[in-house]
Ligand binder design. Sequence first.
Ligand code: CO
Ligand code: ZN
Length: 335
Amino acid sequence: MMNEFKETVRKVTACYGPSGREKKIAELLAELIRPYVDEITGDALGNVIGLKRGTSGKRVMLSAHMDQIGMIILDIDEKGFLRFAPVGGINPEMTVGHEVVFENGTRGVIHREEKDVKPPAKLTQMFIDIGCGSREEAEKHVSVGDICVYAPHFVDMGSRVACCALDDRICCAILAEVMKKIDSPHDIYCVFTTQEEVSFGGALAAAYSVNPDFGINLDVTGTGDTPECDPVPMKLGGGPTVKYLDDYTVVTKPVIEFMHAVAEKHGIRVQNEVLPYGGTDTYAVQPMRGGKAACCVSIATRYIHSPIETADLSDCLSAVDYVRAMAEEQELPLA
Ligand code: CO
Ligand code: ZN
């Protein structure tokens, strides 16, 4: 089970798909869930919306964002070096010295100006070297407006793994696993959203069209378990989280109580999540169309938005059971 899941994580983290350019990852995820849903639809923003029908007349929307952070080309200079801007939250300190890859497979490396620049450099002081000696040569491979991502290098440490794009592909893999076994009285919408890293735009569109009675979002969250880090309660191996708060959302009391009750009923060890920074697609679902009961289950992840995001797969496998149990409950919470 662990190894099979690990292979899925490896596959989905290796697929190109920054915000607004999710076509390849959308196709891959649609194929993963296709055997387990009644239909798959899309929309103008590129969301993948799988539906497995139930009989209760109620709708539960499971969601995870499939876009990853990236870097968009601003300028190509006469020597063939590329200047770039962030697509989503690129951390400058984690960027110099890394390899990037474009949608067409072009590879490059990131370095920085040296004169008058002390590390950590700003993104505006960095450039991408794609191995070309002139603007003309570089323009055969890339254009202004192209978006690259950190090149995926999957680090297998056993139960723990590191890679770029665990945010939020690790939760896409969890949702695909949930869909294999779920047997719910409700209509289950499995939504892989676009553009979370820039605007929550995909989730806003999907939450409007699905119009769920209950939304369960999955994403990564920060941890307080590395040397001298911000003191948050989440840690690797502590189980899936019950989100109380992040920078955009306060989860309502009835929803929190529902989450704890389901965890207790099924003997699933969960940890409480209070994240004083960042946001998730939960923000797009909760206030939709007069207000929705909405929750978020997170996977504690170290070094978020770096090429070496690190998580524990045991938390993910518990999250599969947990999300499934919540979505199979006859009585859904009211916000
Ligand atoms: Co993110
Ligand atoms: Zn995320």
